[in-house]
Design a protein around this ligand. Structure first.
Ligand SMILES: [Zn+2]
Length: 367
């Protein structure tokens, strides 16, 4: 009898192990070899804690106007944070041509993607229309071709082939395309036109863009002492606030994708130098895969992955690889229910929602 009991217990443990393995199965992370990215998997929530919302009988949303099943609403799906570097004349691994950037915006728009800010993503304040998918734009290094101002006949105008010029033109042509975009800059001369730094910063924040930290002079944070990490990050904040007093630099993109090692990683998130504090509620890595929904149990604002906005040498981690992936796997894609006060998900996603991140929003589960 005792032997039989042991066999039964063993069998149950085996089944539970198998189902846990199935829960955690997800798309392979095709990350480049980078010590920063070899971290332990996020902790799964304890079973039974996460799903307290009743499953709806019908498929309608709270207003009764949106058929959640028909639009395949999934606000626990993945979101692409696109990573651009230069916008230039010749396509290279870290350079996108102006025309290819225009193409990216067009393709995303046609496929139902709408631009949101990085802040709205991390704060789960996503306001795209029902049936659409949010995405985030990021630009590293504060290149001149990100934001270039030309002077013609004594008048200043935004270079139509720089990133800001292209986005502004696109928004004019497509008023429902959304807005946002974070420029991760370093010093001494972000965007490389010294006398125009303030003017550019003011334009950016007035038009829905953000300025992000990329260390003071693009230091490799993985190679610095902890005091020097804090100095490199706080000095960027100090310099930015000289132009924009009190500006909240809530985001950091790790230069070279490299952060302080081990427990010291926390200094990428928070720290202080000469009385200036920084508090990065978003820390972005170098690309390779889409990011989880801000409501997902795998969401980690200190380690956000990005997708490379490139078609060269992407080895399956570029923007078009992931667009194709979402076409083949529509269930993995974040699809909005159109209501920022609810998080609508199919029943199959219920165990992957982090209830602590709903922040007053109502979880709506449909069959
Ligand atoms: Zn960089």
């Amino acid at each position: 009898m005792k032997g039989l009991k042991q066999i039964i217990v063993f069998f149950y443990v085996f089944i539970i192990t198998l189902s846990l393995a199935a829960c955690t199965a997800r798309i392979p992370e095709k990350e480049p070899s980078n010590p920063e990215q070899s971290r332990p998997a996020p902790v799964e929530p304890e079973k039974g804690q996460e799903n307290e919302a009743p499953v709806q009988d019908g498929n309608k949303d709270k207003t009764g106007e949106v058929d959640l099943k028909e639009i395949k609403a999934n606000e626990n799906g993945q979101i692409m944070i696109l990573m651009y570097h230069s916008i230039g004349d010749k396509e290279e691994e870290w350079v996108r041509t102006a025309d290819n950037f225009r193409k990216d915006l067009n393709v995303l728009y046609e496929k139902g993607y709408r631009l949101i800010s990085l802040k709205d993503y991390i704060e789960n304040n996503i306001k795209v229309e029902a049936g659409y998918t949010p995405f985030v734009l990021t630009f590293d290094d504060g290149a001149k071709n990100h934001f270039n101002i030309l002077e013609e006949n004594g008048e200043k105008k935004i270079d139509p082939d720089c990133a800001v010029g292209i986005i502004e033109e696109f928004k004019k042509e497509h008023p429902d395309s959304g807005s946002g975009g974070t420029f991760f800059i370093y010093y001494p001369i972000p965007f490389r036109q010294k006398e125009l730094i303030r003017e550019k910063y003011e334009f950016l924040i007035q038009n829905g863009y953000d300025i992000g930290n990329h260390a003071y002079t693009h230091e490799n944070l993985g190679k610095l002492s902890i005091p020097d990490v804090q100095k490199a990050l706080a000095k960027n904040v100090m310099s930015t606030q000289e132009y924009l007093p009190g500006y909240d630099m809530y985001a950091l993109a790790l230069p070279f994708g490299s952060g302080p090692r081990g427990d010291n990683y926390k200094y990428a998130v928070q720290g202080e130098y000469e009385g200036v504090k920084y508090n990065h509620r978003a820390v972005l890595k170098v690309g390779s895969n889409p990011a989880p929904s801000p409501a997902n149990v795998k969401f980690d604002s200190a380690r956000l992955p990005r997708v490379r906005a490139s078609e060269m040498k992407t080895a399956g981690v570029g923007i078009y690889d992931w667009l194709q992936y979402f076409e083949k796997n529509p269930g993995k894609r974040y699809i909005s229910d159109g209501n920022p006060d609810t998080v609508a998900i199919p029943e199959s996603e219920a165990e992957n929602v982090d209830m602590s991140r709903l922040d007053g929003k109502e979880l709506v589960i449909y069959k």
